[in-house]
Design a protein around this ligand. Structure first.
Ligand code: 5AD
Ligand code: SF4
Length: 462
């Protein structure tokens, strides 16, 4: 915790910039960071900051960072190198630039960031950004870098503005944060802390605000979203399934999704919701990580490959047309060729519609980083390529299988081609359709005619 915070709060009005100031926000990593970035821009909107996509124009730069793999961290430091040049150029032109590093790198590295990159004025963790206006004021007035990475007792969400800005017909809603699972490769339990679920009342209110702003599709977010156990309006602890049923009743919300889930927390009531909750979209992201039981045990995943198969069978029984997406890590310490082959077998067997594939990246402080028998980089790369090739075939087969079907599409925005809109199918893939701009925000049937690995095209049905 930064000692600067023990001094009395500054008068924010003094430090608030005149309106017309610009903020440039770059978001790395997961959708929870996308949500946090939106909340941060909402927090500083009253200080007169509006968003810019031109960093040279920015009075404030926020990097909202990800610590999950080493590459993501290195990207932050290389960006900070470039930002130093921008700050110098702006200073030469008589303009001030504040630089803030937020997110999981901020949480994990804290003051080390300001030491390694003195260009940084503020380091703020994902549990502390509700104090952003005050922290910026402090950095500005003291001219020293401020580091704030505490896990406060007070509920961060309760301190965020009640209003929500919505730029699209789809929105994220963080319902749960943190993770108690302690997979041995993962930094999340250390950067985002223990599991915490927001209350049903608070979430319903936020969903209503988003719906009033034109949001039709909500994706509920959490590092371990299906472990959600928030306080219900009746004082009892509600499950994710119960929360989904409640949010399905919010007027204007037509579609619900949730991510990311753990196979162990796919409870019977959640599986049942996939069967009978019409607004719950038939697309589920359920990371498996590996197809080999010895590796799953070493990862402390708390499930076997057969447990995963069983869960998928149950979900398919409830919702036969559901598409399954997953995450894989290749080259976990000690992974043999035959264990990797079991992962490939699982790919064929489950027929995933989509997969995010990663080379194992040792993360400081995690148990797996200390294991001997680390897999050489070239072996990881070679395995990753084989897995990618297998998945690409499968993804193409999945989207090709949608050709000829009529799907309800939620129209989101104009496409690049004149007279075309981009919408979202129930299966996530964007669909490009010739349609009138007035359809944005509406759901209409589209006959799918073309498919690529990540996209679809089709004709609007009257
Ligand atoms: N190395 C590689 N991939 C990782 N993931 C999490 N930690 C690591 C790591 N140390 C992947 C997992 C997880 C996804 C969000 O990132 O597959 O599901
Ligand atoms: Fe990380 Fe495992 Fe928790 Fe997912 S379930 S956030 S991989 S520790």
């Amino acid at each position: 915790m930064d000692t600067e915070l023990s001094s009395p709060p500054l008068d924010l009005a003094d430090a608030a910039p005149a309106s017309g100031k610009k903020v440039y926000v770059k978001t790395f990593g997961c959708q929870m960071n996308v949500y946090d970035s939106e909340r941060m821009t909402e927090l500083i909107d009253p200080l007169g900051y509006s968003e810019t996509s031109d960093i040279a124009d920015a009075d404030l730069v926020i990097l909202n960072t990800c610590h999950i793999r080493e590459k993501a961290v290195e990207k932050v430091y290389s960006d900070l190198g470039r930002i130093r040049q921008v700050k110098d150029e702006r200073r030469a032109a008589g303009k001030e630039t504040l630089v803030a590093v937020a997110g999981c790198v901020a949480q994990a590295e804290g003051a080390e960031i300001a030491r390694r990159a003195p260009v940084v004025d503020l380091v703020v963790g994902p549990q502390s950004y509700q104090a952003l206006p005050e922290l910026l004021a402090r950095a500005k007035s003291t001219g020293r870098s401020v580091v704030e990475t505490i896990f406060p007792d007070q509920d961060k969400f309760a301190q965020l503005p009640l209003t929500r800005s919505a730029k699209s017909t789809t929105a994220f809603l963080t319902v749960q944060e943190g993770c108690d699972k302690f997979c041995t490769f993962c930094v999340v339990p250390y950067t985002r802390g223990m599991e915490y679920s927001r209350s049903v009342t608070e979430l319903t209110r936020e969903a209503e605000k988003l719906a009033a702003r034109g949001v039709r599709e909500l994706t509920l977010l959490g590092q371990n979203v299906n472990a959600y156990h928030g306080e219900g309006p009746d004082g009892a602890t509600w499950s994710l399934a119960k929360l989904l049923r409640q949010l399905a009743r919010v007027e204007g919300i037509e579609r619900l999704r949730y991510t990311t889930s753990h196979p162990r927390d796919m409870t019977a009531d959640l599986i049942a919701a996939h069967g009978d909750l019409e607004k719950l979209m038939p697309f589920l992201h359920l990371p498996v990580q590996s197809g080999a039981d010895r590796i799953l045990a070493a990862m402390n995943r708390k499930h076997t490959a057969d447990d995963y198969r069983r869960v998928i069978r149950q979900i398919l029984a409830a919702r036969p047309d559901i598409a399954i997406s997953t995450d894989f890590i290749v080259g976990f310490p000690g992974e043999s060729e035959s264990e990797f082959a079991q992962t490939l077998d699982l790919v064929d067997e489950i027929g995933f519609a989509q997969a995010f594939t990663f080379k194992y990246s040792p993360r400081p402080g995690t148990p797996a980083a200390k294991l001997g028998d680390q897999v050489p980089e070239d072996v990881k790369s070679e395995r990753l390529n084989r897995l990618l090739a297998r998945m690409e075939r499968q993804q193409l087969a999945f989207t090709a299988g949608l050709v000829g079907r009529t799907l309800p599409v939620l129209f989101e925005k104009a496409a690049r081609g004149a007279g075309q809109l981009i919408g979202r199918s129930p299966y996530m893939y964007p669909v490009t359709v010739e349609a009138h701009a007035g359809l944005v925000g509406e759901i209409a049937p589209v006959l799918i005619r073309t498919s690529g690995p990540n996209s679809l095209g089709g004709d609007l049905q009257a």
